[in-house]
Design a protein around this ligand. Structure first.
Ligand SMILES: [Zn+2]
Length: 925
């Protein structure tokens, strides 16, 4: 008798690929390696000459650390860039940063305690630039930590000279086409600091104000209202009455004419009762009612000026308070301004920079606006237009610096006239592909209803509006001046606008009819930051080597329909007539596990940095792949733990396959496709199906389906079937056994394909696996192409149907085994002997044609014939399960009647004995 350790005769799996990912520690090292090896550049070199695919980066604002929304955005972009680079495209990715604007000015004055009064504008701007660039560096590291590939060393930054020069050109092109004009618009104005304020510079505080009810008498009521009927308005800013040009009613509200003694008053139906109480009407009766829209263009008269007051329709009117009739002064309110615009009523503002009335308001000239409240009220009383005066305390906007109240005041602003090219934008919107589809309607409606774009800001940190003024104050914008300024900015940066005299910024010897004495001044306003980022199609797509306009994809959060999608489209259509993008993809917001917004006060913010430290970037990326990103998405510790479980499953699958391919050299050991075992050809065919669906879903930007396809394939096809039953062949058969090599051949292709398909999603992990795969030529997965689905050789539809039918029978068998287990007939399924009777011809043929069917079902024996009388009934078969009467083979662990029949190897079955005899007799002692 031989003594032999049968363990030595098994082909046990072996690999050094670690079970645990240890991602937080290992990912940074891998990214260092990518940097050192210039992998991004290698990818670019490899794909050069292929069709271009450009995902154009919407620039995040360079202030503060990345939040989870940034991470979602960056990772989604990276999925696309990586996928396209591996599927037939040249897909360069140039990251960008938005670097101008108030938050940076604020960060300097507030957080860095910089006193801007101690320095020149140019010096302050220099500090802003330095700060912004620090933020860029910081965010660059954070963006790279997510595993995002790209040209990180050459990003685009909106404060660079080239960028600003290109932006000036965009402005110039628009001006040349006549789209840029100067007009009045009310903005927050602080009389105490004599400056316009941005919304962010406003603080709300309580203020005591007069509350007055005023009547406007109808002079032309057509056939709706009698002359002398009075419309009642309510206001807490009596000083705006001298600037009153209209009264707004809501088109869809019901209004009434109420008779009180001899007077007839118009008010909203819903407010009548409250108003009667407020004005102490003892007897009143409704003598007429009408819808707001019927009153359009009726005419009233100003209470004390000889001025027509037009009745306008505005949806800003509410019934929350007041009378439902809103006194409208387009020079002193934003809603007022827009509603008046529709009636061609221009903003009128008889108040100067310091808040004092000008001669345009007779009777109040030289009076401070707040002091005028009383005088105006007295005047209203005198002309019998005042119904009531009280005082209220309400929340009112104040200047955050001086803490004094602000007003709305119309000032000169620069506008881009959207209406001149609105139709062109709307037409272009229809040419774009929208993901999700509702994006189209959203942007379409926004553009349709959009007012002209106010592009000027009375700030410091931004791109100057490149306009000169002649001695007669005429704005000068010509091709010549624009090109000159653009070139100067390209050479020196835009700070020279604040350092040089106007004449030095103009072409040498420039003359203009508006400046007979050769004197010029320059505009001091800067451009809206949306104009900066909205010019990136020119500054980046058009001007950079290797990129082109339009881009294939813009991908941002759904708040960018209002923002960057909108501003980019507007400037691009204005300048080129075309959309700067072919596809818009938008994503939702990231909420906490309970679906609440993340906020400091709720304490539910999860910074990406924390996730990277605890779980690793690939887990965060796998989370992104698992959610329906086009809607709002949720994240929490529990959700991330679940994602980690899924990750472990993927990682274990990779590890299992690597371990079973340890002795497989694809060049030497692969089995020719047509000679593969039939089941292996079937599994190879299944792989092709997965490749087809996964790639189709990538092409549709449907990453959740990519994830689910792969997840299901790994858990159902591989883990629960192919990787499981194959152990009995891979471990037990001799190394070069045909069935064993056949499985390994298919495992190999499966592993390589899966690693490639998952590379865009979990690049750190797939590159790690790649290092362990024998015989791959490329150093990195990202330097290979995605697998292409193909027809499997020697595999026809009939064979496919046969195996699909087998899989159905198999699920019956699994059910039978599970039942036998719960009835304690067997312990492990491997102990089972099953007797199967086919219930129909098709099933019978299938069962009879499969050799080693017990292996595929992972039982010790499967007898196909007429079932035992006690057999149970299933869908396709009747099955009788019993505990196998044989003994357990010491080598393969199957139960077999043949254990003991070989005298030399009494502990093992004859199948094992044959393998051992033939291949391992040299191991016998
Ligand atoms: Zn055996």
């Amino acid at each position: 008798m031989f003594t032999m350790n049968y363990k030595d005769t098994l082909q046990m799996p072996k690999t050094k690929f670690p079970m645990r990912g240890n991602l937080p520690n290992k990912e940074p090292l891998r990214r260092e390696e990518w940097d050192k090896d210039n992998v991004y550049e290698q990818v670019q070199t490899r794909t050069k000459g292929r069709p271009l695919f450009i995902l154009h980066d919407g620039p995040p604002y360079a202030n503060g650390d990345l939040h989870i929304g940034h991470a979602l955005n960056q990772i989604l972009k990276d999925f696309i860039v990586r996928y396209k680079s591996m599927s037939g495209y040249h897909a360069p990715y140039v990251p960008g940063w938005d670097t101008h604007g108030l938050p940076i000015e604020t960060a300097l004055t507030k957080n860095k305690k910089i006193d801007r009064k101690q320095m020149s504008v140019a010096e302050f701007r220099q500090k802003c630039a330095e700060y912004a660039l620090e933020q860029v560096d910081r965010q660059r590291e954070q963006r790279k930590q997510l595993g995002a590939t790209g040209d990180w060393e050459n990003p685009y930054i909106t404060l660079t000279k080239d960028y600003e020069a290109a932006q000036i050109k965009v402005f110039g092109e628009m001006a040349k086409k006549g789209y840029i004009y100067k007009g009045l618009k009310p903005v927050y104005w602080s009389p105490s600091s004599e400056s316009a304020l941005a919304e962010a510079e406003i603080e709300y505080k309580d203020k005591r104000s007069p509350s007055i009810y005023v009547t406007y008498e109808i002079t032309d009521g057509r056939d709706l209202l009698e002359e002398g009927t009075k419309i009642i308005i309510w206001t807490t800013t009596p000083w705006t009455i001298p600037a009153s040009l209209g009264i707004s009613l809501h088109p869809d509200l019901k209004y009434v004419v109420a008779q009180v003694n001899n007077e007839k008053y118009v008010v909203a139906h819903d407010l009548l009762e409250a108003l009667a109480e407020e004005l102490e009407w003892e007897n009143y009766k409704v003598i007429k009612s009408f819808m707001g829209r019927q009153s359009e263009n009726l005419v009233a008269k100003h209470p004390f000026y000889d001025r027509d007051i037009i009745v306008m329709l505005g949806t800003h009117v509410t019934t929350e308070s007041g009378t439902g009739c809103v006194h409208t002064a387009p020079g002193h309110g934003e809603d007022d301004f827009y509603v008046s615009k529709k009636y061609d009523v221009e903003a009128f503002c008889p108040v100067d920079d310091r808040g004092y009335f000008t001669s345009e308001a007779p009777g109040f000239e030289g009076m401070f606006y707040d002091d005028a409240n009383k005088v105006v009220t007295d005047k209203l009383k005198e002309v019998d237009a005042l119904l009531s005066l009280k005082f209220i305390t309400h929340s009112y906007p104040h200047d955050w610096r001086t803490k004094k109240p602000t007003i709305f005041r119309a000032t000169s602003q620069w506008f881009a006239s959207i209406k001149d090219f609105r139709q062109n934008i709307l037409d272009e919107i229809k040419e774009v592909e929208w993901h999700p589809h509702w994006g189209e309607t959203r942007l379409y409606n926004m553009v349709r209803d959009r007012e002209d774009w106010c592009i000027s800001r009375q700030r410091t940190w931004g791109v100057p509006i490149p306009v000169f003024y002649g001695e007669d104050n005429t704005p000068i914008i010509t091709d010549e001046t624009i090109n000159h300024v653009s070139n100067l900015f390209r050479e020196h940066g835009s700070n020279i606008w604040f350092e040089w005299d106007a004449k030095d910024l103009l072409p040498k010897g420039y003359v203009s009819e508006h400046s007979p004495n050769g004197k010029f001044t320059k505009e001091t306003d800067i451009m809206d930051v949306w104009f900066d980022s909205g010019s990136s199609h020119e500054a980046v797509l058009e001007e950079r080597n290797g990129l082109e306009r339009p881009a294939d994809v813009y991908l941002e959060g759904s708040d960018q329909y209002r923002g960057w999608f909108n501003s980019s489209l507007s400037t691009a259509v204005a300048v080129t007539g075309k959309s700067p993008y072919k596809n818009i993809i938008s994503h939702g917001f990231v909420l906490d596990g309970q679906g609440r917004k993340m906020s400091k006060s709720l304490g539910n913010i999860i910074p990406p940095a924390k996730i990277l430290k605890q779980f690793g970037a690939d887990i965060l990326r796998l989370w992104v792949a698992s959610v329906d990103y086009q809607a709002d998405v949720r994240i929490s510790q529990e959700i991330l733990k679940q994602v980690s479980e899924n990750y472990r499953k993927i990682r274990n699958t990779f590890r299992f396959m690597l371990a079973n391919l340890a002795d497989f050299d694809p060049k030497k050991d692969a089995v020719a496709e047509k000679e593969l075992e039939e089941i292996d050809r079937f599994m190879l065919h299944r792989l092709q199906n997965v490749i087809t669906t996964v790639r189709a879903n990538y092409d549709k930007y449907d990453f959740a389906d990519v994830f689910h396809d792969i997840h299901n394939y790994i858990s159902i096809d591989l883990s629960a079937f192919y990787l499981d039953f194959a152990k009995d062949i891979l471990y037990i058969e001799a190394q070069n056994n045909h069935r064993r090599r056949s499985i390994q051949t298919v495992y190999y292709e499966t592993l390589v394909s899966l690693v490639q398909l998952l590379n865009p999603i979990i690049p750190h992990t797939t590159e790690e696996v790649w290092e362990y795969i024998n015989g791959v030529e490329a150093k990195y997965v990202q330097l290979t192409d995605m697998p292409e689905a193909r027809e499997v050789e020697n595999f026809d539809e009939e064979t496919q149907k046969k195996w699909e039918h087998f899989m159905k029978v198999r699920s019956d068998v699994l059910k039978a085994l599970e039942e036998a287990r719960s009835e304690k007939i067997i312990g492990k399924p491997l102990e089972a002997k099953i007797t199967i009777e086919a219930k129909d011809e098709k099933t019978k043929k299938v069962l009879e044609s499969i050799v080693h069917i017990h292996q595929l079902l992972i039982v010790s024996e499967a007898v196909i014939n007429e079932a035992h009388p006690k057999a149970k009934d299933y869908n396709y078969v009747r099955i009788y399960v019993e505990k196998h009467p044989g003994e357990k083979c010491n080598r393969c662990w199957m139960l077999s009647d043949t254990v003991g029949s070989n005298e030399k190897h009494p502990e093992i079955c004859t199948r094992c004995a044959d393998v051992v005899e033939e291949h391992y007799s040299h191991l016998a002692k």
